[in-house]
Design a binder for this molecule. Structure first.
Ligand SMILES: [Zn+2]
Length: 178
């Protein structure tokens, strides 16, 4: 995704996968709280009116009439990105200090991991109690379930490539400047 707007006489801006660039300024999708498209009329330019967290005045991203279609795509895209990233799915990025591997996982991944860890402890407990009271079959089944849940747990504190735990957190801006 990259849509560039060059409204003559106004600040250039563009929408990319990662953020919005308004002149030299970087606007994070996570900071956007509303987007309104105001269509151009006659010789008057249209604008994407963007309100940001903690800012009183909106940013006005101007566009010429011929870029109206692109502006609509940009509006839709920003809305999607803003609600997506401001909700649960925060992305964590890590860089391995040994082999340089960069890897990402989301808040959702961490929640899935937590859920699997709970399963492991439930089934492990059941497989133990099965050895006391229950049949050897249920003991075996529960041990198998515990193993399955365990195998789904990803260790995000280690590099997936070289297994080193020497990692640097590069979440947010740092990642883009590399
Ligand atoms: Zn590594």
């Amino acid at each position: 995704m990259e849509l560039s707007f060059d409204p003559s006489g106004n600040i250039k801006w563009k929408v990319t996968d990662d953020c919005i660039y308004y002149g030299n300024k970087r606007i994070e999708f996570i900071d956007v709280i509303s987007v309104i498209l105001v269509p151009g009329v006659g010789f008057i330019k249209g604008e994407l009116n963007i309100k940001l967290k903690g800012k009183i005045f909106p940013i006005r991203l101007m566009f010429s009439k011929k870029q109206q279609d692109d502006a609509q795509i940009a509006e839709k895209y920003i809305k999607e990105k803003a609600s997506l990233e401001s909700s649960q799915d925060i992305e964590h990025r890590k860089k391995c200090n040994v082999c340089g591997q960069v890897f990402c996982f989301t808040q959702k991944d961490l929640e899935i991991k937590k859920a699997n860890q709970t399963l492991v402890s439930i089934y492990s407990l059941k497989s133990l109690s099965g050895s006391i009271g229950g049949s050897s079959y249920s003991k075996f089944e529960n041990a198998k379930r515990a193993d399955a849940a365990l195998s789904r747990i990803v260790d995000y504190s280690k590099c997936p490539k070289c297994n080193s735990s020497d990692l640097t957190d590069i979440s947010s801006q740092k990642y883009y400047n590399n």
